[in-house]
Ligand binder design. Structure first.
Ligand code: PLP
Length: 411
C-alpha cells in the first residue's frame, strides 16, 4: 500500500509547478506564424519579460533551457583567450565557467564555498589587483541564487564593489532560479547581462531561455569579430522579420503559456507581492527545519538568514539520511523533493546527506505546509530523530506579519 495517489507534488527547484491556466493557454491549435495575433503576443511577452527583469535594456529569447541561455550570453560577449572571473558559491557559477572554458576563455575562480555568499569586498580586492594585468578580466560570472546550495548572493553589493574599482569587466548574472521569485533590479544594480529560463519562477514548461543585456554589453558584442549566428542576440532583439525572433520557427505554445504566466505574475499578483509571498513561504520552511534540527541532525545549509534564497532551501542531514527521506516521500506520499547536486570541498554535505525543497512560483500555504507535514511524516516513519512542533513553527511563520505581533484572543 502507498498513500501516493491524488495529485503528485514536485517540490523541486525547477521545473516548478505549472498553473492550470498556463497549461490551458497552451491547449490550442497551431497559430499562423507569418501574421496575425502571434506577432503582437510576442511583443507583449518581450515587454513583460523586461518588466520582470526591471530593465530598459534588450531581451533575446531562445528555444533552450538555462544551459542554452548560458551559452548564448557567453557567445555574445567573449572571444577565445578572454579572461573571465567566476564567483563560485556552489555548483552553478562553476558550470557556467566550465562552459566559458569550452568556448576558449581563460577562467579563474573566486570560491566562497558551499554555505556562504560571495563577499563583495573579496570581489573588489580581486578586481583591484587585476587592473594592472595586461588583459584584465572581460567578464565576471555570478549566480544570484545557487540552486545547489540555496545561497543567495547580494548582486547589488557585488555590483557596487565592481564599480568601486573602476574595473571594465562585464557584470553577468544568472537569475535562472530566482527571476520572478526573488528581488532583482537589473538596471538599478548595474547588471550588464542577465540569463534566465522559463521553468522556475516563470511557471512555464522548460524550453525557453532568455538573455537580457544593456547597451554596454551590446557594444562588446559589436566589437567581436565572430558570433555564431544561432546564438547572436542582435537579430533576436531587433528582428526585421518575425522568424528572426527565434532564428526559425517560434516556440508558439510556449509563448501562449508564458504570456499567461506573465499576466498572473505582473498584472494580477504584482511582482513585489510575489517576492513578499516567496519570503513568507520560505520562512515557514526555515522555521520547520530549525525546529527539526533542535533535536536531530537536520540543518539549513545556509546558516545566515540574509544569505538564504527564498526560492529553494537546501537541508543538510547525515550521510544517506536525505536520500532515505526523499525516497520515502516519493514512493509513500507522492511528494518529490530535490536531490543533492554534486558539491565539492571541505564544507560539502555528506554523500546522500542533502535534500532540497523548491518553493518557487505557483505556490501557496496548503502546498508548502503539506510538503513540510509530509516530510515530518517521513521523519517519523523512518524513526529519524527530530525536534517537536515544527509544523506549529511553520504555521506561525506564515501568519506573522512583519512588525506586528500575532493578535491575542480578546478576554
Ligand atoms: C536550473 C538552473 C540552471 C540550469 O538550467 P537548465 O534549464 O537546467 O539548463 C542554471 N543556473 C541556475 C542557477 C539554475 O537554477
Amino acid at each position: 500500500m502507498t498513500l501516493a495517489h491524488g495529485r503528485a507534488y514536485r517540490a523541486i527547484p525547477g521545473p516548478s509547478v505549472i498553473p492550470d491556466r498556463v497549461l490551458n493557454a497552451m491547449h490550442q491549435a497551431a497559430p499562423n506564424i507569418y501574421e496575425g495575433p502571434l506577432i503582437a503576443l510576442t511583443e507583449r511577452v518581450v515587454h513583460g519579460l523586461k518588466r520582470v527583469a526591471r530593465t530598459e535594456g534588450s531581451v533575446a529569447m531562445y528555444i533552450a533551457n538555462g544551459h542554452g541561455a548560458w551559452e548564448a550570453a557567453l557567445a555574445n560577449t567573449l572571444a577565445p583567450g578572454d579572461r573571465v572571473l567566476v564567483l563560485a558559491s556552489g555548483r552553478f557559477a562553476i558550470g557556467w565557467g566550465e562552459m566559458a572554458t569550452c568556448l576558449g576563455a581563460s577562467v579563474e575562480t573566486l570560491d566562497a564555498g558551499n554555505r556562504a555568499p560571495i563577499a563583495p569586498e573579496a570581489v573588489a580586492d580581486r578586481l583591484r589587483a587585476d587592473l594592472s594585468h595586461p588583459t584584465p578580466f572581460r567578464a565576471i560570472l555570478v549566480v544570484q541564487t545557487d540552486t545547489a546550495t540555496s545561497v543567495r548572493n547580494d548582486i547589488d553589493a557585488i555590483g557596487q564593489a565592481l564599480r568601486s574599482t573602476g574595473h571594465p569587466a562585464l557584470f553577468m548574472v544568472d537569475c535562472i532560479a530566482s527571476l520572478g521569485s526573488e528581488p532583482f533590479e537589473m538596471d538599478r544594480w548595474g547588471v550588464d547581462v542577465m540569463v534566465a529560463g522559463c521553468q522556475k519562477g516563470l511557471m512555464t514548461p522548460p524550453g525557453l531561455g532568455f538573455v537580457f543585456y544593456t547597451d554596454r554589453a551590446a557594444t562588446r558584442r559589436r566589437a567581436l569579430t565572430r558570433v555564431s549566428s544561432y546564438w547572436d542576440w542582435q537579430p533576436r532583439t531587433d528582428p526585421d522579420a518575425y522568424y528572426r525572433y527565434f532564428c526559425g520557427t517560434a516556440p508558439t505554445h510556449h509563448l501562449f503559456g508564458l504570456e499567461t504566466a506573465l499576466i498572473m505574475l505582473l498584472d494580477e499578483e504584482g511582482l513585489e507581492a510575489a517576492w513578499a509571498r516567496h519570503t513568507r513561504l520560505a520562512s515557514a520552511v526555515w522555521a520547520a527545519v530549525e525546529v527539526w534540527g533542535s533535536e536531530g541532525n537536520l540543518a539549513l545549509n545556509i546558516p545566515v538568514k540574509a544569505a538564504r534564497s527564498t526560492a529553494v532551501t537546501g537541508i543538510c542531514t547525515t550521510a544517506g539520511m536525505a536520500e532515505a527521506l526523499r525516497h520515502w516521500c516519493e514512493t509513500e506520499a507522492g511528494l518529490t523533493l530535490g536531490i543533492g547536486l554534486g558539491l565539492d570541498g571541505a564544507d560539502a554535505p555528506a554523500p546522500g546527506g542533502l535534500f532540497r525543497v523548491g518553493h518557487m512560483g505557483h505556490l501557496n500555504p496548503p502546498m508548502i505546509l503539506g510538503a513540510l507535514a509530509t516530510i515530518e511524516a517521513g521523519l517519523k516513519s523512518l524513526a529519524i530523530p527530530h525536534g517537536p512542533a515544527a509544523l506549529d513553527a511553520a504555521a506561525a511563520a506564515l501568519t506573522a506579519r512583519a512588525g506586528a505581533t500575532i493578535p491575542q484572543a480578546a478576554e
